[in-house]
Design a protein around this ligand. Structure first.
Ligand SMILES: [Zn+2]
Ligand SMILES: [Zn+2]
Length: 120
């Protein structure tokens, strides 16, 4: 066999394979970066949407303000622990009402009603 056959075989086996591999690797890296870019874009959009929404009227007891009466008493049902294990972890619960009296101190900001912006 002539020497150039060996050269040919070398390129078929390894030379071109390596080149193709490098190409595939570069494509995969670019694809990954594109995915990261898309993900970053999506999170930016979500953050913008969250910033434009008016704050939810949630009380410090994690219940909606609509669950509180005029006096501020919360009427949401909650699970009250009635028994604890040796690690002070509650093991039994009983239905009860939330004991929240709602925050009655100074308001950080006066509550005003503002229409949601329609054209941004
Ligand atoms: Zn509350
Ligand atoms: Zn509550």
């Amino acid at each position: 066999m002539a020497w150039y056959w060996w050269l040919f075989i070398f390129f078929m086996m390894g030379g071109f394979g390596g080149l193709a591999n490098a190409g595939r690797q570069a494509l995969a890296t670019r694809h990954e970066r594109q995915l990261q870019r898309i993900e970053a874009h999506r999170q930016e959009r979500l953050a913008l949407e969250a910033a434009q929404k008016p704050p939810e009227p949630i009380c410090g007891c994690t219940h909606h303000l609509a669950k509180h009466d005029k006096a501020g008493k919360c009427h949401e049902l909650v699970e009250t622990p009635t028994a604890w294990d040796e690690n002070k972890k509650p093991v039994r619960f009983e239905a009860g009402t939330c004991n929240c009296q709602q925050y009655v101190g100074p308001q950080p900001l006066s509550q005003v009603y503002a229409d949601e912006l329609t054209d941004l």
